[in-house]
Design a protein. Sequence first.
Length: 325
Amino acid sequence: MPGKIFVNYRRDDSAAHALNVAQYLERTFGASNVFLDIDRMRAGQNFPDVLNDKLSACKVMIAVIGPSWVTLTNDDGQRRLDDPEDWVRLEIAHALKRNIAVIPILVGGAVLPKKSDLPDDLKPLLQRHVATITTNGFRNEMAGLVRDIRVIQQGLPWGKVSAALLAIVLLTLAAKHWTQQSAPSLWFPLMTHRDTDSSAAKTAAEERKRIEIEAQRQTLEAERERLKAEAEENHRVNLETQRREFEADRKRLTQQNQAEKETREQAELETQRLKDAGEQRVKSTDSYTGPTWQATECSRQADELRLHDAERKRFRASCKAKLSK
């Protein structure tokens, strides 16, 4: 029976990446042959005993290293790798002491730690061949990792595997430099190959991506509907407010127009009343003062005529008197 696979990781650093790697390995080697601490322990079990049992049954350890794997600290501000009781450190150190094949995997853009960054019991980790897992190349890179694990499980000494991988890397770099990027890229079965389950892995990756995209789409759709409903409610409230203001202004103008109409009608009535009163006074004056004025005028003219006759008579008498002398 092939040896089992132990996935070592730090939760605050690379839990999601470790879970993806473990699920891929489970689909390839079977869930019972892959140990991930979050789902392989039952309540009440002793953590150190379970880890030791699992390590004793494992032939390969996957050490998942994320961007903050080296720098994470505990509650006291101490770097976790410097804590002798840190379980990530203990698991890797015990695997190295048991001569278990430990494969460091860099995820999330992480780089290989410096020798000065590691405690003494983890420094041999830097002598192991490192694999890099990226989001864009997940399928091909995991397929290569599966091929390496199968080589280890078949009994090839890990030291020879590491030496062979190192030689292949050096040859690749030399060929690339020699051809100055003009020669076709080399293909090495141990590093880049097509595994028999690549189609299933591609399907699973595409399904996972589709689910993530669908979840994002649903989230955006829900947010869009919420914003649309909020905008419609605000628009409705604004229209209602404007309608009420318009109705209040309309009532106010109607009242003003009614008051002005009543004032105008009163003014017209008063004007008509004054006009009627003036015409009445004129008629009264014509009825009573007209004949009296005419009689007076006739009497005055008669008096003037009599005065002229008296003057004329005196003038004649004077003339006769002068002639008789």
